[in-house]
Design a protein around this ligand. Structure first.
Ligand code: ARG
Length: 459
């Protein structure tokens, strides 16, 4: 008989059992479910709702079940629907009638809500560690490349020269925001739903402060109707994960492009590349592509849960059982992506010569020439036009700006003097970017210093 079978005179159709059950996926929550039940059992005895002896039996039984699950000795049954009722049934089979007292002053609605929060709090902490490792790797790489020059792009067209350290510190900033976004999310979900009952609270004089303390929640959900209806914390987490994934997809895209023969800026290590089944010469950036590809799946998970929650009346609805599928999938995929991404980048070789060479063409110092004229008193819009004409002249004569003689410069404007030849050297173009947050070495060193301070404060 079902644990809720009392009011039924017929058993459910087997297709209903199959359709209704979540045990196939929510067994992932076995540890959290047992932790929650142990805390609940302790609370019931503390409040005199169960005797100490009864609670001890329950807790001992639950601890044994945990061990047996971990030893692979337990087989969950579809017939008992979900992880909560499977464990309760196993407990009752093990310790007898007293097991049936565990569900006093509790509902599966507050039970599942606390299980997911316990799971997600732990997993967010794991993801924070992976992000921290990635941030550290980026910071170390930046230190190695403060003098490595590369083209900076807009519209994927050569724009202005920058350094590799400057480029990758941009990602440091993104992942640092991701880190703090997850911390915020963690703080907002640190509210205990257990004790909310089905929706209205309970008639028992329970101690939710004690439960919060046992389960390490900083706060208690204020409104029990909200406590069992809320899945915002999952949505917020998957949103943050979507942003992480979007950032990963951008850097992976750059890695794929840089690794191509056309760019030839980097070479991925053999251990993080794959071959082709037909073309013997191929070495493909599959890992970067797959991380980029998983972004679609994670956005899909966000749309999944947002749509599932849309317009649900309060409080619990069975629709919400579906929340775990996008949640688990997001956690698993963001974790593996962050982990493998870090390993892939730390083993990547930067081809400094090729990057430097790429800054030679594409008139990457054109803005600097315009700035030069402007500093000599020419209005910027006029300087822009003069330099535009110079670029056109260079294209027609197959030259770079650097190839022009002083006479040629002066044929475009007599504001040019000898020092222009020095000013337009790529190194000088980088070093002359003096504004806060710019690509010059002093500014990049400041970013690295701030990055190091972030590590000191956070870890
Ligand atoms: N398996 C259910 C879920 O994951 C547990 C909660 C069931 N509550 C209920 N009132 N039927 O959502």
């Amino acid at each position: 008989m079902k644990l809720w079978g009392g009011r039924f005179s017929k058993s459910t159709a087997s297709i209903v059992d199959e359709f209704n059950a979540s045990i196939e996926f929510d067994q992932k929550l076995y540890k959290q479910d047992i932790m929650g039940s142990i805390a609940h059992g302790k609370m019931l005895s503390k409040c005199g709702i169960l005797t100490n002896e009864e609670a001890d039996k329950i807790i001992e039984g639950l601890e044994e079940i945990l061990k047996e699950i971990e030893e692979g000795k337990i087989e969950f049954k579809l017939e008992y629907e979900d992880i909560h009722m499977n464990i309760e049934k196993i407990l009752t089979d093990k310790i007898g009638e007293v097991g049936k007292k565990l569900h006093t002053a509790r509902s599966r609605n507050d039970q599942v809500a606390v299980d997911i929060r316990l799971y997600l709090k732990e997993e967010i902490n794991n993801i924070l560690i992976l992000l921290k490792n990635l941030l550290y790797a980026i910071l170390e790489m930046s230190k190695e490349h403060v003098d490595t020059i590369m083209p900076g792009y807009t519209h994927l067209q050569r724009a202005q020269p920058i350094t590799v350290a400057y480029h990758i510190m941009a990602y440091f900033n993104m992942f640092r925001r991701d880190y703090t976004r997850l911390e915020d999310c963690l703080e907002r979900m640190d509210y205990l739903p257990l004790g909310a009952g089905a929706l209205a609270g309970t008639t028992y004089n329970t101690d939710r402060d004690f439960l919060a303390e046992q389960l390490r929640f900083a706060n208690i959900c204020e409104n029990s109707l909200d406590a069992v209806s809320d899945r915002d914390f999952i949505i917020e987490f998957i949103s943050a994960a979507s942003i992480i994934s979007m950032h990963l997809s951008r850097i992976c895209e750059e890695i794929i492009i840089w690794n191509s023969a056309e760019f030839d800026f980097i070479e991925l290590d053999d251990s993080y590349s794959t071959g082709s089944s037909i073309m013997p010469q191929k070495k493909n950036p599959d890992i970067a592509e797959l991380i980029r590809g998983k972004t679609g799946r994670i956005y899909g998970n966000l749309m999944n849960i947002l749509t599932m929650m849309k317009a649900l009346p309060l409080a619990y609805n069975k629709d919400m059982q579906e929340d775990k599928i996008p949640l688990f999938d997001t956690v698993d995929n963001i974790k593996i992506s962050l982990k493998i991404f870090k390993e892939m980048v730390v083993t990547t070789k930067f081809k400094k010569e090729n990057m430097r060479k790429a800054t030679k063409s594409g008139f990457m110092n054109a803005t600097d020439v315009a700035d030069y004229l402007t500093k000599k008193g020419v209005p910027f819009r006029t300087s822009h036009e003069i330099v535009g004409k110079m670029v056109l002249f260079c294209i027609e004569n197959n030259k770079n700006i650097d190839d022009l003689s002083l006479e040629e410069f002066r044929s475009f404007s007599d504001s040019f003097t000898e020092d222009i030849l020095e000013k337009i050297k790529i190194e000088n173009c980088i070093e002359s970017k003096v504004s806060i947050g710019s690509t010059s070495k002093a500014n990049v060193m400041e970013m690295i210093k701030n990055g190091e301070e972030f590590f000191e404060e956070e870890f």
